[in-house]
Write a protein that binds this ligand. Structure first.
Ligand code: GRF
Length: 197
């Protein structure tokens, strides 16, 4: 059973999906601690409702200490709106997973987060978007990709409707990626991630 630490900044629907996945045995892991850089993030409420340690912390050294204190083997960035430092990446090398609401390498990196991603999709006029789960390295949204799933963009869509469709995909592929990680079925060769079913 792996110990999972989740970093959040917002509403925590991805966190909720992870909690549900661990609660019903789909994920062989336990969420030990949820840490947010936003004191009033509803994601912290979700943690409290599930008797999970909920910590408001902005100092990254403190965040590392709390994760280590909980013997965390997997760190999940679930709507966490800060770029973690190279020091943080080193502390948890290849043990940090991020969910991004586009098909990386499109609409990602500096300034692309939340609604801005989907507005970029609408403004550019792409016909497909989606979500990406990837390992975190020193860059912004640049680590090896674990899983992606496509969402069609229709002529009736706007940023909000695309966001809704993508969020559902996020929950699904994030859960599946964490499940595979906890079952030690992911391996990395250079930039490629292999799933060893
Ligand atoms: C969402 O825009 C999601 O795409 C991104 O972070 C935002 C908040 O997600 N990963 P959540 O509801 O807080 O998990």
């Amino acid at each position: 059973m792996l110990n999972i630490g989740v970093l959040v900044s917002g509403g925590g629907t991805n966190l909720q999906a992870i909690i549900d996945g661990t609660k019903f045995g789909k994920i062989k892991g336990e969420v030990k601690v949820v840490i947010s850089n936003k004191e009033n993030a509803y994601a912290l409420e979700r943690a409290r409702h599930n008797n999970i340690e909920a910590v408001y912390e902005t100092n990254e050294n403190e965040i590392i200490r709390v994760l280590k204190e909980n013997n965390v083997n997997l760190v999940v960035l679930a709507g966490y709106l800060k770029i973690v430092s190279p020091k943080f990446v080193n502390e948890f090398r290849n043990k940090i997973i991020n969910i991004h609401p586009s098909l990386i390498p499109s609409f990602c990196g500096e300034g692309y987060y939340g609604e801005k991603v989907h507005q970029g999709v609408i403004d550019y006029g792409v016909k497909v978007t989606g979500a990406t789960v990837h390992f975190v390295d020193e860059g912004a949204d640049t680590g090896p990709i674990i899983m992606q799933e496509v969402v069609m963009v229709s002529q009736e869509d706007d940023a909000k409707s695309v966001a809704r469709k993508v969020l559902e995909v996020e929950h699904r592929i994030l859960n599946n990626s964490i499940k595979l990680f906890c079952e030690n079925k992911l391996s990395i060769q250079g930039r490629r991630v292999f799933i060893n079913e």
